[in-house]
Ligand binder design. Structure first.
Ligand SMILES: Nc1ncnc2c1ncn2[C@@H]1O[C@H](COP(=O)(O)OP(=O)(O)OP(=O)(O)O)[C@@H](O)[C@H]1O
Length: 594
């Protein structure tokens, strides 16, 4: 991943500038230009030969030319068509290569930037929307760039050549009939708002549908158990039909206008028939042969055809603009790319010296809501375990996630004297490890879920979390596939596997949010013991509802009602009646679990 990032960043320095992608593909575009010029200039040979052959036919009938002359013309015509078509093939091949390369580069940058987005940002935007951006927007944007490249290169040159030829044959008639293509451009330009609006609405619906699909898949069992499947199906079907409507509307506006542009562009033919006919009869602005008339007419129809494509180009460019606008903020190469995911176990310790943690008067509020907690202060040294507890929804997890700096906090969190929020994401990732409620296992083997690409033996970590024997008993041992999200494991197994992964990638500060909630007491005690011996040089912030291990912790933070009291277990037993009550309640009840 890092290698890929390096490759792209070396080539594309400003991924938020669309011109950079063109620059990057200059060699491919050169091939497009050369073949495009040959193709488009060669196109003029078509109407020229057609006119010549029409004239030759008239002359054959008049007796001034022979059938052999016609054969020579026909042979040259076929050769010119062959050259034109070969150049066209080469041009198309390189235009495709151009769009494939740009698509690949853009998607790599986009995915790279999404991977570095914070959990909070992803939640805010919605996973479905982000997916839609990644797939639809890049595809649309590149499609617009492809059309732009094709049409600008060959339509532009071809149109200039056709116009030159028309003006040379009869400039007055040429100007008269060439009024119509710009009219079709003008109308296309006027229609851009509706094309953009319906296109944007379609993408919004596609995002909503992706999210609804993910939601249905994730929560299928809940909906079934609670008997609200049919209700969910109805709302999903509504999403489907909204998506369908928006797709139809976007398609109608995007494609139904093409024939109209074409008719308008072709309207000049009426003038050619009238004034061109007069030219042939010798009463017009110029004196024409039948061949000249046929060449002029053929040139004009080809010009009108090209110009209708140019009108289509406007729509493609507009669509691309909408997509580019949406993805542009994401087109960045993160400056502080996270350390390689395959970092050897424990190597964070080697990268950074273990810091002392000083938390001073931190307060936190989610955007547009009141403070979840205020003025929390505590210190910690390596080897200490800080227990965090309190009533439900008092902000324990929020305090834990504060260390990830997903949202700004007030006050100060200093590691070895450096403020956490001022560090780069990469520095923070090297210093702070986190295990949340969700084990976040991926559909791969047990070994890969623990090692995350590192080399080494995962069994020592499995042993630490007391799951080694269960894994040995599985048919494929550490190669057992856990299924998507770990569905093939029990809740306690998934939780211990996630903990094994966290222990395998120890960081100087480890935030563990309720890591033992699905374990029985005996296992919890054993895992806690292993954690302590492993984390002798680390600071562990352990959030839990269960207090029987809290006497063994270096310090405890009791959170309640937005406030926090910090102290040792003994101090809190004396000073905080709520803590003392909860502890005694659990110590009594908990002993039954032994
Ligand atoms: N992303 C969020 N945006 C806004 N408010 C949130 C967000 N996450 C949590 N909250 C609110 O913050 C408060 C504290 O939640 P938090 O999950 O930190 O509590 P907790 O003590 O860990 O709860 P529990 O004991 O149930 O695990 C709750 O009122 C919750 O609604």
């Amino acid at each position: 991943m890092q290698q890929t990032k390096k490759n792209i960043s070396k080539k594309i320095e400003h991924p938020d500038r669309i011109t950079e992608y063109f620059k990057e593909e200059w060699a491919v575009l050169l091939a497009v230009t050369i073949s495009g010029i040959i193709y488009n200039i060669g196109l003029l040979a078509g109407p020229w030969f057609e006119g010549k052959m029409t004239g030759c036919l008239v002359n054959i009938l008049g007796g001034s030319e022979t059938f052999a002359d016609m054969l020579i013309l026909a042979a040259l015509y076929v050769i010119s068509i062959a050259v034109v078509q070969i150049s066209r093939y080469i041009k198309r091949f390189y235009v495709r290569r151009f769009s494939n390369n740009v698509n690949k580069n853009m998607k790599q940058i986009l995915y790279g930037s999404l991977v570095h987005k914070s959990w909070a940002q992803l939640l805010e935007e919605g996973a479905g929307n982000v997916m839609t951006k990644a797939i639809l927007d890049v595809d649309d944007c590149v499609e617009g760039m492809r059309k732009f490249t094709t049409e600008i290169f060959d339509t532009g040159i071809a149109m200039a050549a056709y116009m030159g030829m028309l003006l040379w044959y009869d400039w007055r008639l040429a100007l008269l009939c060439m009024i119509f293509p710009p009219v079709s451009y003008y109308i296309a330009e006027k229609m851009k708002d509706i094309v953009q609006k319906t296109g944007a609405a379609y993408k919004v619906q596609a995002g909503i549908l992706s999210e609804a699909t993910l939601d249905r898949a994730d929560n299928a069992v809940t909906y079934r158990v609670f008997g609200c499947e049919s209700e969910r199906r109805k709302s999903y079907e509504k999403n489907l039909s909204d998506y369908e409507k928006s797709a139809v509307l976007a398609n109608i506006w995007n494609s139904s206008l093409q024939p109209i542009y074409r008719i308008i562009s072709m309207a000049g033919v009426i003038f050619i028939l009238y004034f061109g006919g007069k030219n042939v009869l010798g009463t017009g602005w110029r004196e024409w042969s039948v061949a000249a008339f046929a060449t002029f007419l053929a040139c004009f129809t080809k010009l009108a055809d090209k110009s209708s494509k140019a009108a289509r180009l406007f729509n493609a460019v507009h669509k691309a603009q909408v997509s580019w606008k949406r993805i542009k903020p994401l087109m960045v190469i993160p400056k502080d790319d996270a350390p390689k995911s395959g970092q050897p176990a424990g190597c964070a310790d080697a990268l950074v010296s273990v810091p002392a943690l000083a938390v001073n008067n931190i307060s936190f509020a989610y955007p547009e809501s009141k403070n979840i907690y205020s003025d929390i202060s505590f210190n910690a040294k390596p080897g200490e375990i800080i227990g965090v507890t309190g009533p439900v929804a008092c902000g324990k997890s929020t305090l834990g996630r504060t260390f990830l700096c997903e949202y700004p906090y007030d006050g100060s969190i200093r590691l070895s004297g450096r403020e956490l929020k001022d560090m780069t994401a990469s520095e923070r990732t090297g210093l702070v490890g986190y295990l949340g409620h969700d084990p976040e296992l991926f559909n791969d083997s047990i070994a890969n879920n623990v090692m995350m690409g590192d080399k080494g033996d995962c069994r020592q970590y499995l042993k630490m979390v007391c799951i080694d024997e269960e894994v040995n008993a599985m048919e494929d041992g550490t190669d057992t596939l856990v299924g998507s999200g770990g569905v093939r494991l029990s809740g306690g197994q998934a939780q211990r596997l996630a903990l094994a992964r966290t222990l395998c990638h120890m960081k100087p500060v480890m935030v563990l949010d309720d890591p033992f909630s699905a374990l029985d007491r005996k296992t919890e005690v054993q895992v806690f013991h292993n954690l302590r011996s492993m984390a002798q040089n680390n600071i562990v912030i352990l959030i839990s509802h269960r207090l029987y291990l809290f006497p063994q912790m270096s310090r405890i933070i009791w959170m309640d009602n937005g406030r926090a009291i910090a102290g040792t277990h003994e101090e809190l037993m004396e000073q905080c009646p709520e803590y003392a009550e909860l502890y005694l309640e659990q110590a009594g009840g908990g002993s039954n679990d032994k």
